[in-house]
Design a protein around this ligand. Structure first.
Ligand SMILES: C[S@@+](CC[C@H](N)C(=O)[O-])C[C@H]1O[C@@H](n2cnc3c(N)ncnc32)[C@H](O)[C@@H]1O
Length: 420
Protein backbone atom coordinates (compact mmCIF):
# COMPACT_ATOMS: atom_id res chain seq x y z
CA UNK A 1 0.00 0.00 0.00
CA UNK A 2 1.44 3.41 -0.89
CA UNK A 3 1.96 5.95 1.88
CA UNK A 4 -0.67 8.28 0.30
CA UNK A 5 -3.23 5.48 0.35
CA UNK A 6 -2.31 4.63 3.93
CA UNK A 7 -2.76 8.19 5.10
CA UNK A 8 -6.06 8.52 3.20
CA UNK A 9 -7.35 5.48 5.09
CA UNK A 10 -6.60 7.13 8.41
CA UNK A 11 -8.72 10.11 7.41
CA UNK A 12 -12.13 10.79 8.97
CA UNK A 13 -13.81 11.00 5.57
CA UNK A 14 -12.61 7.49 4.73
CA UNK A 15 -13.85 6.21 8.09
CA UNK A 16 -17.24 7.81 7.42
CA UNK A 17 -17.50 5.86 4.16
CA UNK A 18 -16.84 2.63 6.09
CA UNK A 19 -19.44 3.46 8.78
CA UNK A 20 -22.00 4.24 6.08
CA UNK A 21 -21.21 1.01 4.21
CA UNK A 22 -21.73 -1.09 7.38
CA UNK A 23 -24.99 0.71 8.09
CA UNK A 24 -26.22 0.14 4.55
CA UNK A 25 -25.48 -3.57 5.07
CA UNK A 26 -27.87 -3.58 8.04
CA UNK A 27 -25.87 -2.52 11.09
CA UNK A 28 -27.42 0.09 13.36
CA UNK A 29 -25.93 3.52 12.51
CA UNK A 30 -25.02 4.48 16.06
CA UNK A 31 -23.48 1.06 16.73
CA UNK A 32 -21.36 1.27 13.56
CA UNK A 33 -20.34 4.77 14.53
CA UNK A 34 -19.48 3.86 18.13
CA UNK A 35 -17.02 1.18 16.91
CA UNK A 36 -15.15 3.73 14.83
CA UNK A 37 -15.40 6.68 17.20
CA UNK A 38 -13.45 4.68 19.77
CA UNK A 39 -10.48 4.60 17.34
CA UNK A 40 -10.33 8.41 17.17
CA UNK A 41 -8.77 10.73 19.74
CA UNK A 42 -9.39 14.19 18.36
CA UNK A 43 -12.81 15.60 19.32
CA UNK A 44 -13.06 17.54 16.04
CA UNK A 45 -12.48 14.30 14.09
CA UNK A 46 -15.16 12.59 16.16
CA UNK A 47 -17.60 15.43 15.49
CA UNK A 48 -16.94 15.36 11.73
CA UNK A 49 -17.30 11.58 11.55
CA UNK A 50 -20.66 11.80 13.35
CA UNK A 51 -21.82 14.72 11.19
CA UNK A 52 -20.94 12.98 7.91
CA UNK A 53 -22.46 9.63 8.88
CA UNK A 54 -25.71 11.13 10.16
CA UNK A 55 -25.87 13.74 7.39
CA UNK A 56 -25.62 11.01 4.76
CA UNK A 57 -28.63 9.13 6.13
CA UNK A 58 -30.60 12.27 6.89
CA UNK A 59 -30.38 13.41 3.25
CA UNK A 60 -29.50 10.19 1.40
CA UNK A 61 -31.87 10.29 -1.61
CA UNK A 62 -31.60 14.06 -1.95
CA UNK A 63 -27.78 13.96 -2.09
CA UNK A 64 -27.88 11.15 -4.65
CA UNK A 65 -30.41 13.06 -6.74
CA UNK A 66 -28.15 16.12 -6.75
CA UNK A 67 -24.95 14.45 -7.96
CA UNK A 68 -26.80 12.16 -10.37
CA UNK A 69 -27.91 15.30 -12.25
CA UNK A 70 -24.30 15.71 -13.35
CA UNK A 71 -23.41 12.12 -14.29
CA UNK A 72 -24.86 10.18 -17.20
CA UNK A 73 -24.17 6.59 -16.12
CA UNK A 74 -24.43 6.89 -12.33
CA UNK A 75 -25.79 3.34 -11.89
CA UNK A 76 -22.38 1.85 -12.77
CA UNK A 77 -20.37 3.63 -10.11
CA UNK A 78 -18.75 1.63 -7.28
CA UNK A 79 -20.60 1.90 -3.94
CA UNK A 80 -17.67 3.72 -2.32
CA UNK A 81 -17.73 6.41 -5.00
CA UNK A 82 -21.49 6.72 -4.62
CA UNK A 83 -21.06 7.31 -0.86
CA UNK A 84 -18.06 9.56 -1.42
CA UNK A 85 -20.04 11.81 -3.78
CA UNK A 86 -23.01 11.97 -1.39
CA UNK A 87 -20.90 12.87 1.64
CA UNK A 88 -18.98 15.43 -0.45
CA UNK A 89 -22.25 17.02 -1.62
CA UNK A 90 -23.43 17.08 1.99
CA UNK A 91 -20.30 18.97 3.01
CA UNK A 92 -20.49 21.37 0.07
CA UNK A 93 -24.16 22.25 0.49
CA UNK A 94 -24.92 21.73 4.17
CA UNK A 95 -21.72 22.34 6.16
CA UNK A 96 -20.60 25.93 6.06
CA UNK A 97 -17.32 25.55 7.94
CA UNK A 98 -15.55 23.20 5.52
CA UNK A 99 -13.93 24.91 2.52
CA UNK A 100 -14.96 23.49 -0.87
CA UNK A 101 -11.32 22.97 -1.96
CA UNK A 102 -10.69 20.68 1.03
CA UNK A 103 -13.74 18.54 0.20
CA UNK A 104 -12.94 18.34 -3.51
CA UNK A 105 -9.20 17.69 -3.21
CA UNK A 106 -9.68 14.86 -0.70
CA UNK A 107 -12.43 13.28 -2.81
CA UNK A 108 -10.34 13.47 -5.98
CA UNK A 109 -7.23 12.04 -4.27
CA UNK A 110 -9.24 9.18 -2.76
CA UNK A 111 -10.81 8.37 -6.14
CA UNK A 112 -7.43 8.51 -7.90
CA UNK A 113 -5.69 6.22 -5.40
CA UNK A 114 -8.50 3.67 -5.32
CA UNK A 115 -10.21 3.84 -8.70
CA UNK A 116 -7.79 5.57 -11.10
CA UNK A 117 -7.39 8.85 -12.93
CA UNK A 118 -10.53 8.61 -15.07
CA UNK A 119 -12.97 8.34 -12.19
CA UNK A 120 -11.02 10.97 -10.24
CA UNK A 121 -11.51 13.35 -13.18
CA UNK A 122 -15.25 12.70 -13.13
CA UNK A 123 -15.47 13.26 -9.34
CA UNK A 124 -13.53 16.50 -9.73
CA UNK A 125 -15.80 17.85 -12.51
CA UNK A 126 -19.04 16.91 -10.73
CA UNK A 127 -18.05 18.35 -7.36
CA UNK A 128 -16.78 21.58 -8.88
CA UNK A 129 -20.15 22.12 -10.55
CA UNK A 130 -22.03 21.30 -7.35
CA UNK A 131 -19.88 23.67 -5.31
CA UNK A 132 -21.30 26.50 -7.47
CA UNK A 133 -24.90 25.35 -7.01
CA UNK A 134 -27.39 27.24 -4.90
CA UNK A 135 -30.07 24.82 -3.93
CA UNK A 136 -33.58 26.11 -4.65
CA UNK A 137 -36.87 24.24 -4.37
CA UNK A 138 -37.22 24.19 -8.18
CA UNK A 139 -34.11 22.03 -8.42
CA UNK A 140 -36.16 19.13 -7.02
CA UNK A 141 -38.93 19.62 -9.61
CA UNK A 142 -36.67 18.67 -12.53
CA UNK A 143 -37.75 16.01 -15.03
CA UNK A 144 -41.40 17.01 -14.60
CA UNK A 145 -41.40 15.39 -11.15
CA UNK A 146 -44.85 14.52 -9.81
CA UNK A 147 -45.77 15.82 -6.35
CA UNK A 148 -44.65 12.69 -4.52
CA UNK A 149 -41.27 12.59 -6.24
CA UNK A 150 -40.76 16.29 -5.57
CA UNK A 151 -41.66 15.97 -1.87
CA UNK A 152 -39.52 12.87 -1.50
CA UNK A 153 -36.50 14.78 -2.87
CA UNK A 154 -37.22 17.94 -0.91
CA UNK A 155 -37.77 16.21 2.44
CA UNK A 156 -35.23 13.44 1.77
CA UNK A 157 -37.65 10.63 2.53
CA UNK A 158 -38.56 7.47 0.61
CA UNK A 159 -41.55 7.96 -1.69
CA UNK A 160 -43.58 5.26 0.06
CA UNK A 161 -43.16 7.06 3.39
CA UNK A 162 -44.25 10.43 2.00
CA UNK A 163 -47.30 8.79 0.38
CA UNK A 164 -48.16 6.89 3.57
CA UNK A 165 -47.89 9.93 5.86
CA UNK A 166 -49.86 12.19 3.53
CA UNK A 167 -52.69 9.68 3.46
CA UNK A 168 -52.53 8.78 7.13
CA UNK A 169 -52.04 12.22 8.70
CA UNK A 170 -53.12 14.73 6.06
CA UNK A 171 -50.84 17.16 4.25
CA UNK A 172 -50.30 19.72 6.98
CA UNK A 173 -49.18 17.31 9.70
CA UNK A 174 -47.20 15.07 7.35
CA UNK A 175 -45.17 17.94 5.86
CA UNK A 176 -44.62 19.55 9.24
CA UNK A 177 -43.24 16.29 10.53
CA UNK A 178 -41.05 15.61 7.48
CA UNK A 179 -39.57 19.11 7.71
CA UNK A 180 -38.83 18.91 11.43
CA UNK A 181 -37.34 15.42 11.10
CA UNK A 182 -34.50 16.84 8.98
CA UNK A 183 -32.66 18.45 11.86
CA UNK A 184 -30.98 16.75 14.73
CA UNK A 185 -32.90 16.90 18.04
CA UNK A 186 -31.21 18.42 21.07
CA UNK A 187 -29.12 16.14 23.27
CA UNK A 188 -30.93 15.23 26.44
CA UNK A 189 -30.28 13.21 29.55
CA UNK A 190 -32.01 11.36 32.33
CA UNK A 191 -30.32 11.97 35.67
CA UNK A 192 -29.81 9.02 37.99
CA UNK A 193 -30.50 11.28 40.99
CA UNK A 194 -31.59 14.86 41.54
CA UNK A 195 -28.64 17.21 41.06
CA UNK A 196 -28.30 20.89 41.71
CA UNK A 197 -28.39 22.28 38.16
CA UNK A 198 -28.63 25.96 39.04
CA UNK A 199 -25.18 26.62 37.52
CA UNK A 200 -26.43 25.18 34.22
CA UNK A 201 -29.60 27.24 33.96
CA UNK A 202 -28.45 29.08 30.83
CA UNK A 203 -27.48 25.89 29.02
CA UNK A 204 -30.70 23.97 29.66
CA UNK A 205 -33.46 24.12 27.06
CA UNK A 206 -36.22 22.15 28.80
CA UNK A 207 -36.69 20.15 31.99
CA UNK A 208 -38.66 17.16 33.15
CA UNK A 209 -38.70 16.00 36.76
CA UNK A 210 -35.99 13.45 35.92
CA UNK A 211 -33.89 15.04 33.18
CA UNK A 212 -33.37 17.87 30.72
CA UNK A 213 -32.42 18.81 27.18
CA UNK A 214 -29.34 20.88 26.37
CA UNK A 215 -29.19 23.99 24.19
CA UNK A 216 -27.27 23.57 20.91
CA UNK A 217 -23.57 24.18 21.32
CA UNK A 218 -23.64 23.88 25.14
CA UNK A 219 -23.25 20.08 25.29
CA UNK A 220 -19.54 19.93 26.17
CA UNK A 221 -19.93 22.39 29.01
CA UNK A 222 -22.93 20.47 30.41
CA UNK A 223 -21.28 17.05 30.20
CA UNK A 224 -18.12 18.44 31.84
CA UNK A 225 -20.23 19.87 34.66
CA UNK A 226 -22.13 16.61 35.22
CA UNK A 227 -18.90 14.65 35.32
CA UNK A 228 -17.20 17.08 37.69
CA UNK A 229 -20.20 16.94 40.05
CA UNK A 230 -20.43 13.15 39.71
CA UNK A 231 -24.05 13.44 38.53
CA UNK A 232 -24.61 10.13 36.77
CA UNK A 233 -26.74 10.35 33.65
CA UNK A 234 -28.16 8.30 30.80
CA UNK A 235 -28.62 9.74 27.28
CA UNK A 236 -32.35 9.79 26.73
CA UNK A 237 -34.71 11.82 24.59
CA UNK A 238 -36.65 14.37 26.60
CA UNK A 239 -39.79 13.62 24.56
CA UNK A 240 -39.73 9.99 25.66
CA UNK A 241 -39.38 11.11 29.30
CA UNK A 242 -42.29 13.51 28.91
CA UNK A 243 -44.66 11.00 27.39
CA UNK A 244 -44.13 8.31 30.01
CA UNK A 245 -44.20 10.75 32.92
CA UNK A 246 -47.46 12.25 31.73
CA UNK A 247 -49.13 8.84 31.56
CA UNK A 248 -47.99 7.43 34.89
CA UNK A 249 -50.29 7.28 37.86
CA UNK A 250 -49.23 8.18 41.36
CA UNK A 251 -50.58 5.02 42.84
CA UNK A 252 -49.37 1.88 41.09
CA UNK A 253 -46.37 0.72 43.04
CA UNK A 254 -45.19 -2.06 40.81
CA UNK A 255 -44.83 -1.67 37.07
CA UNK A 256 -43.82 -4.57 34.87
CA UNK A 257 -41.86 -3.15 31.92
CA UNK A 258 -42.65 -5.95 29.50
CA UNK A 259 -40.68 -4.64 26.47
CA UNK A 260 -37.83 -3.23 28.51
CA UNK A 261 -35.11 -3.48 25.87
CA UNK A 262 -32.00 -1.62 27.02
CA UNK A 263 -33.90 -0.15 29.94
CA UNK A 264 -34.56 3.49 29.12
CA UNK A 265 -38.15 3.40 30.39
CA UNK A 266 -37.31 1.17 33.36
CA UNK A 267 -34.88 3.84 34.50
CA UNK A 268 -37.58 6.53 34.33
CA UNK A 269 -39.89 4.28 36.35
CA UNK A 270 -37.16 3.76 38.97
CA UNK A 271 -36.51 7.47 39.12
CA UNK A 272 -40.12 8.13 40.08
CA UNK A 273 -39.93 5.45 42.76
CA UNK A 274 -41.86 2.66 41.10
CA UNK A 275 -40.90 -0.90 41.83
CA UNK A 276 -39.83 -2.26 38.47
CA UNK A 277 -39.62 -5.66 36.87
CA UNK A 278 -38.01 -5.52 33.45
CA UNK A 279 -38.41 -8.19 30.80
CA UNK A 280 -37.77 -8.48 27.09
CA UNK A 281 -37.14 -11.22 24.54
CA UNK A 282 -33.74 -9.80 23.64
CA UNK A 283 -31.09 -10.99 26.06
CA UNK A 284 -28.35 -8.74 24.68
CA UNK A 285 -30.43 -5.65 25.41
CA UNK A 286 -31.22 -6.94 28.90
CA UNK A 287 -27.49 -7.40 29.58
CA UNK A 288 -26.98 -3.76 28.67
CA UNK A 289 -29.91 -2.83 30.92
CA UNK A 290 -28.33 -4.73 33.84
CA UNK A 291 -24.95 -3.10 33.33
CA UNK A 292 -26.44 0.37 33.06
CA UNK A 293 -28.78 -0.01 36.03
CA UNK A 294 -25.76 -1.03 38.13
CA UNK A 295 -23.73 1.95 36.90
CA UNK A 296 -26.60 4.35 37.57
CA UNK A 297 -27.42 2.83 40.95
CA UNK A 298 -30.98 1.71 40.20
CA UNK A 299 -32.24 -1.37 41.97
CA UNK A 300 -34.79 -3.23 39.88
CA UNK A 301 -36.90 -5.96 41.47
CA UNK A 302 -36.18 -8.31 38.61
CA UNK A 303 -34.68 -8.53 35.14
CA UNK A 304 -35.69 -11.52 33.10
CA UNK A 305 -35.92 -12.79 29.60
CA UNK A 306 -39.58 -13.36 28.79
CA UNK A 307 -41.98 -12.77 25.98
CA UNK A 308 -44.81 -10.34 26.56
CA UNK A 309 -46.98 -13.03 24.95
CA UNK A 310 -46.56 -15.11 28.13
CA UNK A 311 -45.46 -13.04 31.10
CA UNK A 312 -44.42 -15.32 33.97
CA UNK A 313 -46.57 -13.61 36.57
CA UNK A 314 -50.02 -13.59 38.10
CA UNK A 315 -51.73 -10.22 37.96
CA UNK A 316 -49.89 -6.94 38.53
CA UNK A 317 -50.93 -3.33 39.06
CA UNK A 318 -49.19 -1.75 36.14
CA UNK A 319 -47.74 -3.02 32.86
CA UNK A 320 -45.69 -0.84 30.59
CA UNK A 321 -45.68 -1.76 26.91
CA UNK A 322 -43.06 0.23 25.03
CA UNK A 323 -43.88 -1.95 22.05
CA UNK A 324 -41.76 -2.78 19.01
CA UNK A 325 -42.90 -0.26 16.37
CA UNK A 326 -41.88 1.24 13.06
CA UNK A 327 -39.86 3.94 14.88
CA UNK A 328 -40.81 6.57 12.32
CA UNK A 329 -41.29 9.19 15.02
CA UNK A 330 -37.59 9.21 15.80
CA UNK A 331 -36.06 9.44 12.32
CA UNK A 332 -34.66 12.85 13.26
CA UNK A 333 -32.40 11.11 15.79
CA UNK A 334 -32.03 7.83 13.90
CA UNK A 335 -32.24 8.73 10.19
CA UNK A 336 -31.07 5.28 9.02
CA UNK A 337 -34.54 3.99 10.00
CA UNK A 338 -36.01 5.88 7.01
CA UNK A 339 -34.07 3.71 4.59
CA UNK A 340 -34.41 0.42 6.44
CA UNK A 341 -38.16 0.45 7.00
CA UNK A 342 -40.58 -0.85 4.40
CA UNK A 343 -44.26 -0.08 4.17
CA UNK A 344 -45.24 -3.67 5.01
CA UNK A 345 -43.33 -3.42 8.32
CA UNK A 346 -46.10 -1.17 9.65
CA UNK A 347 -48.73 -3.85 9.18
CA UNK A 348 -46.49 -6.62 10.53
CA UNK A 349 -45.52 -4.61 13.60
CA UNK A 350 -49.16 -3.67 14.22
CA UNK A 351 -49.97 -7.41 14.33
CA UNK A 352 -47.27 -7.98 16.96
CA UNK A 353 -48.51 -5.00 19.00
CA UNK A 354 -52.07 -6.33 18.84
CA UNK A 355 -50.94 -9.73 20.06
CA UNK A 356 -48.87 -8.24 22.88
CA UNK A 357 -51.81 -6.11 24.04
CA UNK A 358 -54.24 -9.01 23.96
CA UNK A 359 -51.86 -11.33 25.85
CA UNK A 360 -51.14 -8.90 28.69
CA UNK A 361 -54.79 -7.91 29.11
CA UNK A 362 -55.39 -10.78 31.55
CA UNK A 363 -52.23 -9.98 33.56
CA UNK A 364 -53.51 -6.67 34.85
CA UNK A 365 -55.33 -6.51 38.18
CA UNK A 366 -58.76 -4.91 38.39
CA UNK A 367 -58.13 -1.20 38.85
CA UNK A 368 -54.69 -1.63 37.27
CA UNK A 369 -53.22 0.02 34.18
CA UNK A 370 -51.58 -0.75 30.87
CA UNK A 371 -49.30 2.02 29.66
CA UNK A 372 -48.92 1.65 25.90
CA UNK A 373 -46.13 3.60 24.16
CA UNK A 374 -44.72 3.87 20.66
CA UNK A 375 -42.12 6.07 18.99
CA UNK A 376 -44.05 6.28 15.77
CA UNK A 377 -46.82 8.37 14.26
CA UNK A 378 -48.77 5.90 12.13
CA UNK A 379 -52.40 5.68 13.27
CA UNK A 380 -52.41 1.93 12.67
CA UNK A 381 -49.83 1.46 15.44
CA UNK A 382 -51.30 4.16 17.67
CA UNK A 383 -54.87 5.34 18.10
CA UNK A 384 -56.38 2.71 15.76
CA UNK A 385 -54.54 -0.03 17.64
CA UNK A 386 -55.93 1.26 20.93
CA UNK A 387 -59.45 1.66 19.55
CA UNK A 388 -59.39 -1.95 18.33
CA UNK A 389 -58.17 -3.16 21.71
CA UNK A 390 -60.91 -1.29 23.57
CA UNK A 391 -63.56 -2.86 21.34
CA UNK A 392 -62.19 -6.36 21.92
CA UNK A 393 -61.63 -5.86 25.69
CA UNK A 394 -64.54 -3.80 27.06
CA UNK A 395 -63.24 -4.41 30.61
CA UNK A 396 -60.68 -1.70 29.78
CA UNK A 397 -61.34 2.00 29.36
CA UNK A 398 -59.14 4.71 27.90
CA UNK A 399 -57.96 6.92 30.70
CA UNK A 400 -55.58 9.09 28.72
CA UNK A 401 -54.26 9.23 25.19
CA UNK A 402 -51.45 11.46 23.96
CA UNK A 403 -51.42 11.83 20.21
CA UNK A 404 -48.20 12.50 18.31
CA UNK A 405 -47.30 16.18 18.08
CA UNK A 406 -46.05 16.42 14.50
CA UNK A 407 -44.39 19.78 15.05
CA UNK A 408 -41.83 18.19 17.39
CA UNK A 409 -38.63 16.67 16.08
CA UNK A 410 -39.32 13.47 17.97
CA UNK A 411 -42.80 12.09 18.01
CA UNK A 412 -44.23 9.61 20.48
CA UNK A 413 -47.65 8.17 21.20
CA UNK A 414 -48.99 7.04 24.55
CA UNK A 415 -52.17 5.62 26.00
CA UNK A 416 -53.14 4.69 29.54
CA UNK A 417 -55.69 1.85 29.66
CA UNK A 418 -57.58 1.25 32.88
CA UNK A 419 -58.91 -2.18 33.84
CA UNK A 420 -62.36 -1.59 35.33
C1 LIG B 1 -39.20 0.10 21.55
S1 LIG B 1 -38.16 -1.17 22.06
C2 LIG B 1 -38.10 -0.92 23.81
C3 LIG B 1 -37.22 0.21 24.23
C4 LIG B 1 -37.02 0.28 25.72
N1 LIG B 1 -38.26 0.24 26.46
C5 LIG B 1 -36.23 1.52 26.12
O1 LIG B 1 -36.82 2.49 26.65
O2 LIG B 1 -35.00 1.51 25.94
C6 LIG B 1 -39.19 -2.58 21.92
C7 LIG B 1 -38.65 -3.82 22.60
O3 LIG B 1 -39.62 -4.84 22.48
C8 LIG B 1 -38.94 -6.08 22.48
N2 LIG B 1 -39.88 -7.12 22.03
C9 LIG B 1 -40.28 -7.43 20.78
N3 LIG B 1 -41.19 -8.42 20.81
C10 LIG B 1 -41.36 -8.75 22.12
C11 LIG B 1 -42.14 -9.71 22.81
N4 LIG B 1 -42.93 -10.55 22.17
N5 LIG B 1 -42.04 -9.75 24.15
C12 LIG B 1 -41.23 -8.91 24.84
N6 LIG B 1 -40.45 -8.00 24.23
C13 LIG B 1 -40.52 -7.92 22.90
C14 LIG B 1 -37.73 -5.81 21.60
O4 LIG B 1 -36.70 -6.74 21.87
C15 LIG B 1 -37.37 -4.37 22.00
O5 LIG B 1 -36.37 -4.37 22.97
Amino acid sequence: MTSTLLSLKKEVRFKAIQVIKSTLKGEDLQAALDNTLSQLLDTRDKALLTELSYGYFRYKNQLEFIWQRFIKKSAHLPLEINILLSTAVYQLLYLSKIPAYAVISWSVEFSKQNYGEKLAGLVNAVLRKISQLSLEEDFFKQDKADTLTFLSRKYAAPTWLVRYLLKDLGEEKALKFLASSLSRPLSSVLLAKNCDLSALREAIEENTEVGFSIKKGREEEVFRFLEAKKCLFYNQSIESQKILLSLLEEKDHLVWDACAGSGGKSFILSRVNKKVIASDINWKRLCFLKKESKRLGFTLMGVLRASAYALPCAQVEGILLDVPCSGLGVIARRPDIKWKRKEEDILNLAKIQKKILSKVASRVKKGGKIYYLTCTLTRKENELQIAEFLTAYPQFSLEKQILPDCSRQEVFFGACLHRK
